[in-house]
Design a protein around this ligand. Structure first.
Ligand code: ATP
Ligand code: FE
Length: 334
């Protein structure tokens, strides 16, 4: 008894097949478009949609042998880019109709959370830091159907700020890995960027001020004699990263002071950041909190995490009518 799941909310085309009873990931493939968007310094929605049209059927072709064992079709329907979500949803609808299988609409953010539980039993309740390209949130997850966002960003997300800083220095997309790499060779104390919302007692995030401070510093360096050097770029990356991570850590410490979670997790593409991981490990050690991390390969977008959520929805008979499934760019809550 298997579920086929499709993910196309941004720039990854991915399909997975998950065993409903054993949770085994029977098949999983992802075709990333990072290279094609790199020259633009960010994801171009129309281009992304066109690439999904090419990639998704190619992947689907490979899993035809499992079709007779399928019990449901699952697909990410929100949040994400509407034109790319549409590609996955259209394929899912066609499969649902032609194979006569029920359809499951999956919330992409719950997918990121369930990346923790791929081929594993779920561990809930848990407090979760979601750091991705579009989101920076602290979520209190009691169960799949009972999740509350207790903090979020007022503007840019953590991952997005890495993308923008990389773009300012022409380092390509996505910015996270390259900024982290450059930062290794830099002096994190050379530039003193202000930590956002440091004085605020509220637990919320903001990255646009930091982004602008970095932009001004880069402009200054570009205007110096000889222009910006590689060492300057390394130092900007290191100093920026230190501040970006400090901001998260200051707010997390506030949260831990309010309530010490028994289980804590970091999910989303930016949870791959080594500095963030290390500092959160220290925080959890200090408070004797169990820290859960998803495998690195499941941090960024993938269909395996969507399939894992779908297994739970399948057990709850949480299906959606083919004529009623819609795509949503943003979601108000969880
Ligand atoms: P969302 O799920 O919110 O719609 P998304 O799916 O596009 O967004 P992910 O694929 O989860 O986002 O994560 C991609 C983001 O993670 C990018 O912004 C990328 O720069 C960032 N990222 C990846 N690796 C790192 C890293 N080592 N350090 C910081 N950021 C990183
Ligand atoms: Fe994502």
């Amino acid at each position: 008894e298997l579920i086929l799941s499709i993910e196309s909310s941004c720039d990854d085309s991915s399909i997975a097949i998950t065993d409903i009873n054993t949770l085994e990931l029977v098949y999983h493939k992802k075709i990333s478009q990072e290279l094609q968007h790199s020259m633009y310094g960010g994801v171009v929605p129309e281009l992304a949609a066109r690439l999904h049209v090419e990639a998704l059927p190619k992947i689907l072709e490979e899993c035809k042998e499992f079709f007779p064992l399928l019990k449901a079709i699952a697909v990410t329907n929100a949040p994400g880019l509407s034109v790319t979500l549409m590609e996955g949803v259209t394929m899912a609808k066609a499969l649902s109709i032609s194979l006569n299988l029920p359809l499951i609409a999956v919330n992409h953010l719950k997918g990121h959370i369930y990346s923790l539980f791929i081929e594993k039993q779920e561990v809930l309740p848990m407090t979760i830091l979601l750091v991705s390209g579009g989101h920076t949130q602290i979520i209190e997850a009691k169960s799949l159907n009972d999740m509350n966002i207790i903090a979020s960003t007022m503007d840019d997300s953590f991952g997005e700020s890495f993308d923008k800083v990389a773009k300012m220095m022409g380092l390509g997309y996505p910015g996270g890995p390259v900024v982290q790499e450059y930062g290794l060779k830099g002096d994190e104390n050379r530039f003193d960027f202000p930590v956002p919302l440091r004085q605020s007692p509220l637990i919320q995030f903001s990255y646009s001020g930091l982004k602008n401070a970095v932009r001004m510093q880069i402009e200054k360096l570009e205007n110096q004699e000889g222009g910006i050097t590689n060492q300057d770029k390394y130092d900007v990356c290191a100093s920026f990263q230190k501040t970006a991570v400090s901001h998260i850590m200051q707010k997390l410490k506030k949260q831990f002071k309010k309530v010490v979670p028994e289980n804590f997790a970091i999910v989303g593409g930016a949870s791959a950041n080594i500095h963030l991981r290390t500092q959160i490990e220290e925080l959890c050690n200090k408070y004797k909190t169990n820290l859960h991390l998803s495998e690195l390969k499941y941090c960024s977008d993938n269909a395996a995490m969507i399939g894992r959520v779908a297994v739970e929805q399948y057990k709850q008979n949480d299906f959606v009518n083919v004529n009623e499934i819609d795509v949503q760019t943003r979601l108000k809550g969880m």
